[in-house]
Design a protein around this ligand. Structure first.
Ligand code: NAD
Ligand code: LMR
Length: 324
């Protein structure tokens, strides 16, 4: 039996965590042979609700769960944590953009970045889900100077999965037939889901769909999918967000099957300014991710990639005071 790993989840009494915690506990993230200790963080007024979640986790009698810690103290939640999923943050409502949450949520991530820096395993891998995810991840990483900024990532996997699903439906194929999907940039309405390198069942996506559908249907549908879910459900995506978080962490820890999109610190690749959390095409192997280099970028793509980069620079400027 492997030694248990410690997994911190913030916002653990919220919507996303109500799916996420149970799927992690059942082994969906790190496999059926990896015992886990769940370290659940909430704000003080939500501790009673969190207690209810813990009761339900216990009632599942999950074989992999070795212990559950429920706390309102970030220093306790992140103690020796090997993985952290930072979900706890306010969601947007109808008519809002995700960056409207910057003011409400940014402070959470400076506090938690410090607590991770002071308490977590030196090898911790962090995924930020709470919106605006990319800039919150930047804030957390800047407040954890003893860790490598590459240990902090932002969730773009939901966008990546949405893009695969839209293309599979359009072409009448299955999502598993779609390869080399890329979503560049920010988890926002400026994100760029790029079909330039994408294949479906081995055929170039651009040979299967019309340019007009790509530019005027596919791209806006993926960009606006979060808002469409809020309109339909009356609440933001939860189970699909949890599923994407599991995909992101599983691939990072255990390896990806081809290209996936991850929000990571930009290093200048593809001409993107360093110092923002930008979504790149990556491949994961041996517990690490690496940017896929050398992909051709045409003029249309360059314009889209720069627009989403510009938005991330503006978000960074708005939280400069929290970047340590
Ligand atoms: P929710 O309101 O149901 O749950 C959020 C929980 O976080 C609440 O229980 C709240 O008490 C808790 N919380 C607030 N501040 C906290 C803090 N400082 N420490 C610990 N917990 C704290 O919201 P949700 O639907 O679970 O969504 C959570 C976040 O995830 C939102 O910001 C939402 O916009 C975002 N989200 C991101 C993606 C993505 O793709 N990146 C997808 C879906 C949702
Ligand atoms: C999503 O993409 O579903 C989430 O970021 C929630 C939102 O506000 O759209």
């Amino acid at each position: 039996m492997k030694d248990p790993v410690r997994i911190a989840i913030t916002g653990a009494a919220g919507q996303i965590s109500y799916s996420l915690a149970f799927r992690i506990a059942s082994g969906d993230m790190l496999g059926p042979d990896q015992p886990v200790i769940l370290q659940l963080l909430e704000i003080t007024p939500a501790m009673e609700a969190l207690n209810g979640v813990v009761m339900e986790l216990n009632d599942c009698a999950f074989p992999l769960v070795q212990d559950i810690v429920a706390t309102d103290d970030p220093n306790v939640a992140f103690k020796d944590a090997d993985f952290a999923l930072l979900v706890g943050a306010r969601p947007r409502g109808p008519g809002m953009e995700r960056k409207d949450l910057l003011e409400a949520n940014a402070a959470i991530f400076s506090v938690q970045g410090k607590a991770i820096n002071d308490n977590a395993s030196r090898d911790i891998r962090v995924l930020v889900v709470g919106n605006p995810a990319n800039t919150n991840a930047l804030i957390a990483s800047c407040n954890a100077p003893d860790l490598d900024s590459g240990q902090f990532t932002a969730m773009m996997r939901l966008d990546h999965n949405r893009a695969k699903s839209q293309l599979a439906q359009k072409t009448g194929k299955h999502v598993t037939d779609v390869e080399n999907m890329i979503v560049w940039g920010n988890h926002s309405a400026t994100q760029y889901p790029d079909l330039s390198h994408c294949t479906v069942d081995g055929k170039a996506a651009f040979d299967l769909v019309e340019r007009d559908w790509y530019e005027n249907d596919f791209i806006p549908t993926v960009q606006q999918r979060g808002a469409a879910i809020i309109k339909a459900r009356g609440a933001s995506s939860a189970a699909s967000a949890a599923s994407a978080a599991i995909d992101h962490m599983r691939d990072w820890a255990l390896g990806s099957d081809g290209i996936v999109s991850m929000g990571i610190p930009s290093d200048g690749s593809y001409g993107v300014e360093p110092g923002i959390m930008y979504s790149y095409p990556v491949k994961c192997q041996g517990g690490k991710y690496e940017i896929v280099q050398g992909l051709e970028v045409d003029e249309f793509s360059r314009g889209r990639m720069q627009a989403t980069e510009q938005e991330l620079r503006e978000e960074r400027a708005a939280v400069e005071h929290l970047l340590g």
